[in-house]
Structures are given as structure tokens and as C-alpha cells.
Design a protein around this ligand. Structure first.
Ligand SMILES: [Zn+2]
Length: 396
């Protein structure tokens, strides 16, 4: 028996749900929600409209938890950046994003939270899930760009302030656990349900354990900007920070799979240790991404060259953010033969949704989930994107 009349049915697609792969699959959408899905063995509901996907892939829209900027905009700039970036993301199969603000001084927290809160209420394109504050509570030794000349003191009080002002908006805070007051702040934020993530850090095993017990759950851009291995004694290494993360099952981690920020063999190692349920694909992209610009000036005044492989500080050549998009990260993993398509898709859908506590609403093709969907061709290039059942972008 057909379930009921639905708004439309997407059919003739290879579904990557991503719990399973369904050939000649269909997805029925009603009022912005996925009603049902199946393959040729199940009858489709009656639909007001049919969209033939011509054998292309259909997957849950990608979920980005670490994006600082693109198309010339940087979330630190405020409203104009949201207006530029959110409508663009569906071109890259991304349907929701946690906007990331890097090293904002505390006096600007209220402003950033307010701008994000406002943008969450608008329908600009991709769904804005909230704000990710990366810093300013970062170890200057490992902060590179993000710490540039500023260091602020974390504390339980700051955590409480952020919890109060950021209610419903602040989703992720990245900090360095070794700063005095950090562990107290982790506890306060975690208690409020905010994802606390460590990075730009030299934390040792003992401190990492304290941080995890306080509520640390995640690691931001694994393998970038952390304490490397040292020598315990001649010819015997002491574990670096990332080694500790690889063997800690209570922690998930994000990776920038652009082939620049993480050497491919380390990416393989991370996948082998953490698996697709604990590894999240992110871009950590900045303003020059998806532009023809050769130079950009970040809102903090840093001069940056764009391309060919990343953003780099003009003076030093140091990495200053990627040029990656999430659809490219999928293509990379597939091209490097690191993951089958369903596994790669999981790392940009189910796993980030679970990190954010949204695993019952986003990140899967399943009944009751938001109809946030991406169509990719057989070369994994985006063709069409839906947010909340609305077709927000289609390849010309
Ligand atoms: Zn960073």
C-alpha cells in the first residue's frame, strides 16, 4: 500500500543513505521531511511531482563544522559574510554549517553570537546550525595565525557567560586544555551541551585525561598545530598529542582532507584508528576559497596569498587555512582509495550530525529526517541540492 500522497518523489538514483547503498532508489518528500525511501522492490507513494535523477547519486546533504570563510567572506566580518557564504554552500553539496569565528576577542563574543542568531532565523541557503568559536583560548606556541599576539584567560566564569549568551547558538568551542582555567571552562561548557574541542595544544596524556573527564569530546583539525613526537630517550619516541588522540575512543576528531594539511599516510592512520564514526571531514576554508583572488587580507590584518594549494601567510608561507570544499574532500578520499563512497559520506553527514546531537534529524536518508539532500553525478560533482525539501541549487 502506498503511504499517502507526497509533494514529490526523487527517483532513479543510487541512494547513499549512508547506512546502505540502494540502486535504483527513490526518496519521497513531504513538507520538507523525508517520508520514505526504497529501491525497486518497494512501491513508491503517489506524488504530485517526480524528479528523475538519471542514475546519479543521492545522499544526505553534507554537514560542515569548521568553515571560517569562502567566496571573499570571513565570518569574523559579520552579517555580510553570512549573506555571501550561506547561499553558496549548496553548490558544494553542503546543506548545513556551523560558522566558525577564529580568535575573536571576548569583547566581540556578544556581537558574533547576535549576528549568528539572526542569520539562523533567515533562510539564506544552507542551514546555519550555529557558531563555532575557535579560540581565543589557544596556546600561543601552537596557535600560529589564530593566536597572533593575543592571549585571553579561560575560566569557569567565561564558560558561564558563553553558555548564557550563546544559548541555542554556540555549538562548538575549540580551546587548548593546558591554559590555566581551561579545564574548568571545559566543564562549564560541556555541562551546557556545547561541544568542547581541543586543538593548538601541547597537552600530555595526564592533562588530556583530565580534559576528557571534564567533558572534552572532540579534537579540531587532527595533525595540525599540535605538539609533535619528541624523544623519550635516544631512539625512543614519546607520543605526540595526535598519537594520544588516535588511541582515545572517547574523542572524535576532525580532519582537513585536502592533501596539504594532513599527509595521506597520516590520514590513513587516522581512519584506521578512529574509523568513520569518529572522524569528521571539515574544510577549515577561508575567504579565498571558491574565488579567483590571489591575495586576501584577513579581518585581523594578516596578508594572505591564495593558492595554488592553500591559503598561506604572505610573509612566511605558513599555512593559513585551506581552499577545500566538502564535496572535494569526498572526491579526495575516494580518489586516494581511502574509503568507499558510503564511508566517506558518513564522515561528512552522520558523524558530524552525531557530534552536534542532531543525529535524529540530519545526516541520513531515513523517514522523519529533514529533506536536506545532495545529488552528485558519477564523478561525484554536485548536480542539485535540497535544504528542508526546497531545491536551493541546481547545476546550470
Ligand atoms: Zn585552527
Amino acid at each position: 500500500m502506498p503511504i499517502q500522497q507526497v509533494d514529490y518523489c526523487l527517483q532513479n538514483a543510487t541512494l547513499i543513505t549512508p547506512d546502505e547503498v540502494v540502486e535504483q532508489g527513490w526518496v519521497a518528500v513531504q513538507s520538507g521531511t523525508i517520508m520514505d525511501h526504497g529501491g525497486p522492490d518497494r512501491s513508491q507513494p503517489q506524488a504530485d511531482a517526480i524528479v528523475d535523477l538519471e542514475g546519479n547519486y543521492l545522499l544526505p546533504g553534507l554537514i560542515e563544522t569548521h568553515l571560517c570563510g569562502m567566496v571573499g567572506g570571513d565570518f569574523r566580518e559579520g552579517r555580510s559574510a553570512y549573506q555571501a557564504i550561506l547561499p553558496t554552500l549548496p553548490r558544494f553539496a553542503t546543506t548545513s554549517v556551523v560558522a566558525t569565528v577564529v580568535s575573536a576577542p571576548p569583547k566581540n563574543f556578544s556581537k558574533h553570537l547576535e549576528v549568528a542568531r539572526h542569520a539562523m532565523g533567515e533562510r539564506l541557503g544552507a542551514r546555519l546550525l550555529g557558531l563555532h568559536l575557535e579560540g581565543p583560548y589557544l596556546n600561543p606556541e601552537y596557535a600560529g595565525l589564530s593566536g597572533l599576539g593575543v592571549l585571553f584567560q579561560p575560566s569557569a566564569e567565561v564558560g558561564e557567560l558563553l553558555t548564557r549568551e550563546g544559548a541555542g547558538v554556540l555549538k562548538i568551542v575549540t580551546l587548548s586544555p593546558e591554559l590555566p582555567g581551561s579545564v574548568e571552562m571545559i566543564r562549564t561548557l560541556a555541562r551546557a551541551g556545547i561541544v568542547v574541542s581541543a586543538s593548538h595544544t601541547e597537552a600530555d596524556a595526564e592533562l588530556l585525561e583530565l580534559a576528557v573527564q571534564a567533558g572534552l569530546r572532540h579534537i579540531t583539525h587532527l595533525f595540525d598545530a599540535t605538539r609533535p613526537r619528541a624523544e623519550k630517550e635516544p631512539l625512543v619516541p614519546a607520543p605526540g598529542f595526535d598519537d594520544l588522540v588516535l588511541i582515545e575512543d572517547r574523542l572524535t576528531a576532525s580532519v582537513i582532507a585536502d592533501g596539504v594539511h594532513v599527509p595521506l599516510d597520516l590520514l590513513r592512520l587516522a581512519l584506521r584508528c578512529k574509523g568513520s564514526d569518529r572522524l569528521v571531514l571539515v574544510t577549515d576554508a577561508f575567504a579565498g576559497t571558491a574565488t579567483n583572488l590571489e591575495h586576501v587580507t584577513y579581518p585581523d590584518g594578516v596578508e594572505v596569498t591564495v593558492g595554488p594549494d592553500a591559503h598561506r601567510v604572505a610573509d612566511s608561507g605558513a599555512l593559513a587555512g585551506s581552499l577545500l570544499t566538502l564535496d572535494q574532500a569526498l572526491r579526495n578520499l575516494y580518489k586516494w582509495e581511502m574509503a568507499d563512497l558510503a564511508t566517506a559520506v558518513r564522515m561528512a553527514t552522520v558523524t558530524p550530525a552525531t557530534l552536534l546531537g542532531l543525529q535524529d534529524q540530519l545526516g541520513r536518508i531515513a523517514p522523519g529526517y529533514q529533506a536536506d539532500l545532495a545529488v552528485l553525478d558519477r564523478n561525484l560533482r554536485p548536480v542539485m541540492t535540497f535544504v528542508g525539501g526546497q531545491r536551493v541549487w541546481q547545476h546550470e
